[in-house]
Ligand binder design. Structure first.
Ligand SMILES: [Zn+2]
Length: 56
């Protein structure tokens, strides 16, 4: 039993991590690109995608 692509997509799509407090926030990508997304905990707007693995 492992993770499958659909489950991973559900877990990681539209989920961003705050760079300051590392709180998870679920926001649509459009909102992030528009700069309208902010961390729910510290209100900062510096978010990064959840997965930052260098897979290439
Ligand atoms: Zn934060």
């Amino acid at each position: 039993m492992g993770t499958f692509p659909e489950a991973e997509a559900r877990l990681y799509n539209n989920v961003y991590i705050c760079r300051k407090c590392e709180g998870k926030t679920r926001v649509p990508i459009g909102k992030v690109l528009a700069g309208a997304a902010s961390c729910v905990r510290c209100k900062c707007k510096q978010l990064r995608p959840v997965r930052k693995k260098n897979k290439k």
